[in-house]
Design a protein around this ligand. Structure first.
Ligand SMILES: Nc1ncnc2c1ncn2[C@@H]1O[C@H](COP(=O)(O)OP(=O)(O)OP(=O)(O)O)[C@@H](O)[C@H]1O
Ligand SMILES: [Mg+2]
Length: 622
């Protein structure tokens, strides 16, 4: 799980976090520095205005010289123009490079998410990742565009302004500087408090994104079970928590703002009174007082804005941390890191003492797979049978290295899978999982995803044929029909057949199918099996099966029980010799310690499951 705000904010430094942005900022540094320089210049131009005023008051105004006054006014106008132009130029300079930085960071994050192991995605809520890729990166762009420059510009302006004021009159200068110490102390205090709340708000926004995402994806379940009220309540609670956190942020910001605005204002008032007295006493020229006060007023905005600039910087620091929390996650182990290639002793797919424990499982729980030994000969198809939760899906996920084995090894034609590059491994092994996922693309594109680049209509036809997915041609635009998230919805059985077509389209040497036919009616299943048998003739296959009809597709069957393969043989052998297997296949009510294998009964007793009923609806019915 993502770290909690409290632990995250301990021993952190906003500056250190923000410095990590440097590699992304580096390529655009010239423009950014130029923009900052232009902004400083613009600010300094603003500071010249009080000096012109002083000259006007003490000179032409005192001497009643109208031409001089007009000249002064023209000067002021030009200075004002120059300031506005320079600030405009700054904006133009930063816009393009900063959208580049944001895009680069987002691309890197996306690439990293693709390369992170499945175990990472099991652990992280998708909403947290979504909010990091969108809201947090937006915050960072804002920070680079605004607070980063203006913290620098304002500091320079304040420093220069203070020097100018001290030079005008050091006594009045000290009066103005009086509140500096309490303001700085307040800022430090505020920053620490704000960091904690900002982090909490961003995490809560991530949680909220997760709820929205889940309820959009699970809308059928929510409606089907009439859970929209409780779902709405959950959302309301989270959103009011977030609102509370945002309000705390606002309160903190209001407090600091009050301090930052009030204290300097009081100081300016005091300087005005003191200055007027001294002008009356003849110790100070009226022009100096005017220049002094207008400098002080010119510094109001730079000082006032420090509060929210600091707040934005804190949020940006938090966003950077959240960004790098994902980027720092170790990607999948590099290829070929576990010793050299084993000599080719025998072909096929072999599991040697394969033990696996999920990374987030408690260390004292038994491993999910505990020393699995299994050999599937070249060209052989092996069915994998076991009670629900016995680890079949887990075992199939190890072959394409979606998870790494904890101990033992898996070999393809004698080669350790960890010695193969992932690309090579995944081109040899094709998979279809329990939940057939289709992407927002056309039917054809979804299927051809399983083939090498360059595969075309011929391969597509063959694969659709094997998977008995001719329905694709009857869709509104045939195989060009858009399916998935933004396209036509297909039935569970149709999706399964497309997923199967995707698995076989590349003519893989090794095929791993996790219960690929569960949503099909028996007739379609029989047709798929007949076609699949031809494919399987020269393919080494591991097929997870729940119903006898699927098991019969395979040459042999392996029984997975308590994390081990406890029996291997043909269906009929095992039916005779193995009580657990016979029980799993019989569909009789569970009397033993074995969990009832739901789908087994389904296949044999409800012979006519129509494919139009989606897998999900089936699940609900049960
Ligand atoms: N990502 C995960 N993290 C931790 N434990 C998991 C994870 N996925 C599965 N498990 C656990 O591993 C065990 C085996 O799960 P698996 O999905 O392999 O079972 P299965 O044999 O495929 O079951 P089914 O027949 O219902 O599909 C289960 O006890 C499950 O709780
Ligand atoms: Mg499974």
């Amino acid at each position: 799980m993502p770290r909690t705000p409290e632990t995250a904010s301990r021993d952190r430094s906003a500056v250190r976090s923000l410095l990590r942005l440097w590699p992304y900022v580096r390529p655009v540094r010239t423009r950014l520095f130029t923009a900052a320089f232009v902004a400083v210049l613009a600010s300094c131009t603003g500071l010249v205005i009080p000096l012109v005023l002083k000259w006007m008051v003490d000179g032409p105004v005192a001497d009643r010289d109208t031409t001089g006054v007009w000249l002064g006014a023209l000067c002021l106008l030009l200075l004002g123009f120059a300031e506005a132009l320079l600030f405009g130029l700054r904006r133009w300079l930063v816009a393009r490079p900063l959208s580049h930085v944001e895009a680069e960071m987002r691309t890197d994050l996306y690439a990293r998410l693709q390369r992170l192991p499945v175990a990472f995605h099991d652990r992280w809520a998708s909403g947290q990742l979504l909010s990091r890729a969108t809201a947090d990166l937006g915050l960072l762009r804002m920070f680079l565009a605004f607070p980063l420059t203006f913290l620098l510009v304002n500091s320079v302006t304040i420093l220069l302004g203070v020097v100018i004021m001290l030079l005008q009159d050091w006594r009045l200068g000290l009066v103005i500087l009086g509140p500096a110490v309490p303001v700085v102390v307040m800022c430090v205090y505020f920053e620490n408090r704000y960091a904690v709340v900002a982090r909490r708000a961003q995490d809560q926004a991530g949680d909220l994104t997760t709820v929205v995402e889940e309820s959009v994806l699970g809308i059928r379940i929510i409606k089907g079970f009439g859970r929209h009220r409780s779902q709405a309540r959950a959302f309301r609670e989270l959103s009011s928590t977030l609102r509370g956190t945002e309000l705390r942020k606002a309160r903190l910001l209001a407090t600091i703002w009050a301090v930052i605005v009030t204290l300097p204002e009081v100081a300016i008032g005091a300087a005005l009174v003191l200055g007027s007295v001294r002008v009356a006493d003849g110790e100070l020229s009226a022009g100096t007082l005017v220049a002094f006060l207008s400098t002080a007023l010119a510094l109001r905005w730079p000082v006032d804005s420090i509060g929210f600039l600091l707040a934005m910087s804190q949020e940006a620091a938090t966003a950077t941390e959240r960004y790098f929390e994902v980027m720092d996650e170790p990607p999948e182990e590099p290829d070929g890191d576990r010793g050299g290639r084993a000599p080719v002793v025998d072909g096929g797919l072999r599991f040697d003492g394969v033990t696996f424990r999920y990374p987030d499982a408690s260390p004292d729980s038994p491993p999910t797979l505990d020393g699995v030994d299994l050999h599937i000969r070249p060209g052989e198809s092996m069915a994998l049978v076991g009670a629900t939760g016995s680890g079949k899906t887990t075992l199939t996920a190890l072959v394409p290295r979606l998870h790494e084995v904890t101990a033992g090894r898996i070999t393809l034609d004698g080669e350790d899978i960890t010695a193969l590059s992932r690309e090579e491994l995944r081109s040899r092994v094709a998979v279809a999982f329990e939940e057939p996922t289709l992407f927002s693309a056309s039917v054809g594109e979804n299927v051809l995803m399983g083939a090498a680049d360059g595969a075309g209509a011929v391969e597509l036809e063959r694969a659709l044929d094997v998977a008995q997915a001719d329905f694709a041609h009857a869709l509104p635009q045939g195989v060009e029909t858009q399916v998935g998230e933004q396209g036509l919805s297909l039935s569970g059985g149709q999706r399964q057949r497309l997923a199967l077509a995707r698995a076989v389209v590349g003519r893989p040497r090794f095929l791993v199918l996790d219960d690929p036919l569960s949503a099909l009616d028996v007739h379609t299943e029989a047709a798929v099996e007949a076609a699949l048998r031809q494919v399987l003739a020269d393919t080494t296959a591991l097929i997870v099966a729940h119903r006898p009809s699927t098991v019969l597709l395979a040459d042999r069957v392996a029984l997975l029980s308590d994390g081990r393969v406890t029996a291997v043989g043909t269906h009929h052998e095992l039916l005779r010799s193995n009580a657990e297997y016979a029980h799993l296949m019989s569909g009789e009510p569970s009397v033993s310690r074995f969990e009832s294998p739901l789908r087994t009964t389904y296949g044999s007793t409800h012979g006519t499951t129509f494919e139009t009923r989606s897998g999900e609806q089936e699940a609900d019915r049960r």
